[in-house]
Write a protein that binds this ligand. Sequence first.
Ligand code: SF4
Length: 406
Amino acid sequence: MSLAAAIDVKGWCPGVLRPMLSGDGLLARVRPWCGALRLDEAKGLADASERFGNGHIDLTRRANLQIRGLGDAGVHGLQDAVERLGLVDRDAEVEAGRNIMVSPLTGLDPAEVDVRPVARTLANLLARDATLYDLPSKFGFLVDGGGTVSIAQERADISLKALGQTMAVGLDTPAGTDWIGSTSFDDAARAAVAIAKAFVGLAREGGRLRDLGEERFGQLRALARKRLGPVGDGVSSKPKRLIGVERLVVGVAATFGRLEAPQLHRFATLAGEVGATDIRLSPWRALYVGVRDVAAAQILVKAARDIGLIVDANDPVLRIDACPGAPACRSSSVDTRRDARRLATSAFAGTIHISGCAKGCARSAPADLVLVGEQGRYNVIRNGTTRDVPECSVAAEEAGALLDVR
Ligand code: SF4
């Protein structure tokens, strides 16, 4: 694909087969299967990122990876490399539709159901049905194993969550997930696809499920409920975001979700040395690996810290979401991550979202302080999102003072 062709598809979700032009070249989004990368896949992606791109790898809010800084020639090399790793779909339409988040500890945490078979079936069904290519490009699914480190509170058009012996089924609404019923594990993927197909018939142009409006949403819910049973208690339990060690799982985070290629390669090597077979991704940009014992967990934590990964749940950087900003993104006039690093040294205890523009790629939930770049300055919003009305505008150097006036 040429740079010019990539410009034409801006606004779509980028993939490996259909990259998107950004400020530092083309970027390709890699969608791991069932939310996990085998260690050889992680190393292969790191190598390909360094060889064909600029070595910057971003962890995304949908638990994918983005390889940045590709040139025209590099795209083809990357596509070949990712295809050899088995991470590319049949074509760009199938790739674009495989938006499935999977809870990161599924199959690792004995307290949670291994829902990878449900996710795999869902991916296969989505790939087989051409009518689903009409879904909006950002239409997404999540499959949660019902553990404590849960993704069930994340936004997805259609959610499936293990609850006892059933899968709860949820639909996205402007107020969050509406858990409308439940079904068996065997039927869950088919139920999700049936709802998605019904949505295609009801949808407004380009709108997501939460944009349906009351009447059409009611129709969809009524249709869906015909094949569902009641939902059990506890479907809305509070999720946890593990960083550090719990049982035999280690969670680490990258600063603002940015990994460098050698860092990912080294982390995959370290993970193999302590008994892991894969690396799990999460929508909060943490990586998880299962280890053989507690001593191995401690070894991995120390080694991960040594290569610059975050291993402490109280690290102040974890309170800040910052998109790539300028110069990596052409929509930004501010260097968001440089400014985020400055703010991370303050004693401010609240959440901060620093966004290069009002699109707010890094975070959709409200934050205590939101800074939105515009013409080289930041619009300031408190207790809101990038879409809210700002109370004032400040220069980047003045942003630190905002953290003192609480
Ligand atoms: S929020 Fe705006 S500036 Fe930041 S990455 Fe998204 S489009 Fe680019």
